[in-house]
Write a protein that binds this ligand. Structure first.
Ligand code: NDP
Length: 446
């Protein structure tokens, strides 16, 4: 059995300093999230997106009976769902492996591992969308609405696949880790939930890049196109659907343009490959992130051109500002500060830290531009974009805003987690930085 390395113990303490946070909270999420996605899908697909109807069903049938009725028939998916998933996974694995691109390096880990990636995100995104549209609209192999029509079975299959896959990852990190960044906390619940490896690799495929970028993020636009196709089939395509799908396609295209930047974010540098991030990207993302648009399928609001164009324009602007903020921080580090920020030399601080091996290192901390407004200002345009692709559903129900509400909680929590992590890493330098940039997310307010 692998010895307890200090990083695993530290991560367990970071997320779970008490029994409640390291066992009860993970157990709660493990038990609640998989059935929740089935319930969310069911409410949209079978109950007309009505929380009132869901309340009535739950009141009359009880939670356990309702869940059993929804989930049991779909627990093992269907032949169609497994075929769709099998083909999709195979195509994405092949594109990830064989599409050419520049070789880029991720940040060196505490244990001295430097991840390597081929930068082929934009090409994979274009080929995936092109293949889906060609196979559906040119070759007529399947209707584009196929994903919406089989969503219950797809989520059933995905839940099963992802829960088993996380068990495989747990065992792999324990018995056959790919890099030195692995280990156990001593609490199997926490280890299954949080993962046992930072950079697992299976047969040459980087697991987290696959689950996060090439499965979750890449599936998102296909689901959106399928939802739009379903609405088109039943009611004709509404401008509200076009706006919601349009903003998200811009956001996802931006993501793949910046994919190598994403490979330097907390999800990849810090979060291990376990239930939290892998199940999240394999099941939660396809269902919850697309739920606002899933709601629109049977609620085809007509916004009119001025309102539709206004929402779309603001959505694209929010995506752009979020991108520019991420780009600013990464450009400053990549050029060792020899660049400009909003037309001026950047205001910089040096964050000193010591690696687990005891090596002294330093990083630049940017304190001007977007990063001088607040320590996590970039979460604001992220939230604004999410709100703007939910708002075409107007205000009949709170359900289409579920993703926005979830994201708000996620990002506020993330800002605390990141502050805590940076305070531990940089010590007094982070305190200095906090004095220079005192606000967390909302400039001047919070
Ligand atoms: P960030 O990109 O904000 O990265 C945080 C890290 O950046 C810190 O841990 C620190 O790492 C470094 N850092 C912090 N402050 C500074 C500074 N002033 N100057 C230079 N470096 C700094 O983290 P996220 O992963 O949270 O966000 C990345 C993107 O992903 C954002 O656009 C966000 O909106 C988006 N996002 C989207 C989510 C979604 O579900 N839709 C969820 C989460 C994020 P180091 O150790 O290198 O110093």
């Amino acid at each position: 059995m692998t010895q307890l390395p200090s990083s695993a113990q530290r991560e367990s303490r970071e997320l779970g300093p008490t029994w409640l946070r390291s066992t009860v909270f993970p157990l709660f999420l493990l038990c609640c999230c998989p059935p929740f996605v089935m319930l969310l899908w069911y409410t949209h697909a079978q109950l007309d997106g009505s929380l009132l109807k869901l309340g009535r069903v739950l009141w009359n049938e009880g939670l356990t009976h309702t869940l059993a009725q929804i989930w049991l028939p779909r627990m093992f998916g269907s032949a169609t769902a497994w075929q769709l998933l099998g083909i999709y996974i195979a195509v994405e694995l092949l594109l990830l492996r064989f599409l050419p691109g520049k070789l880029v390096y991720g940040p060196i880990t505490a244990k001295g591992h430097t991840p390597k990636y081929v930068d082929n995100g934009v090409a994979s995104f274009a080929v995936t969308i092109g293949l889906f549209l060609t196979c559906s609209y040119v070759l007529h192999w399947f209707p584009a609405s196929i994903l919406y029509d089989n969503l219950g079975d797809i989520l059933g299959s995905l839940n099963l696949f992802a829960l088993l896959f996380c068990a495989v990852l747990y065992l792999k990190g324990r018995f056959a880790p790919s890099t030195p960044d692995h280990g156990l906390s001593g609490n199997p619940v926490f280890d299954y939930y949080w993962g046992t490896e930072l950079y697992p690799n299976i047969l040459g495929w980087d697991v987290k890049r696959f689950t996060n970028c090439r499965f979750g993020m890449m599936g998102w636009p296909l689901l959106l196109l399928s939802y739009a196709a379903k609405q088109h089939e039943v009611y004709g395509l509404s401008d509200s659907m076009m706006v919601a799908v349009g903003i998200q396609l811009v956001y996802i295209a931006k993501f793949f343009h910046w994919e190598t930047g994403y490979l330097r974010t907390l999800d990849i540098m810090h979060d291990r490959a376990g239930f939290y991030i892998c199940w999240g990207c394999l099941v939660w993302l396809p269902c919850v992130y697309t739920s606002g648009t899933m709601y629109l399928v049977h609620h085809p609001h007509h916004l009119g051109t001025p309102l539709a164009a206004g929402i779309f324009g603001l959505g694209v602007l929010a995506v752009l500002v979020n991108y520019l903020a991420d780009e600013q921080r990464q450009r400053v580090r990549a050029t060792a500060g020899k660049t400009t920020v909003w037309g001026k030399p950047p205001k910089l601080m040096i964050g000193h830290y010591t690696t687990e091996q005891g090596d002294k290192k330093e990083n630049l901390l940017l304190a001007s531009g977007y990063w001088g407004l607040a320590r996590h200002f970039h979460y604001l345009p992220e939230l604004a974009a999410a709100f703007l692709w939910c708002v075409p559903a107007l205000f009949d129900s709170v359900l289409p805003y579920f993703y926005f509400i979830f994201l708000t909680i996620l990002l506020v929590d993330r800002s605390y987690r990141d502050d805590e992590r940076c305070a531990k890493k940089y010590g007094p330098d982070w305190e200095e930085y906090r004095k220079l940039v005192p606000h967390r997310i909302l400039p001047g307010i919070y």
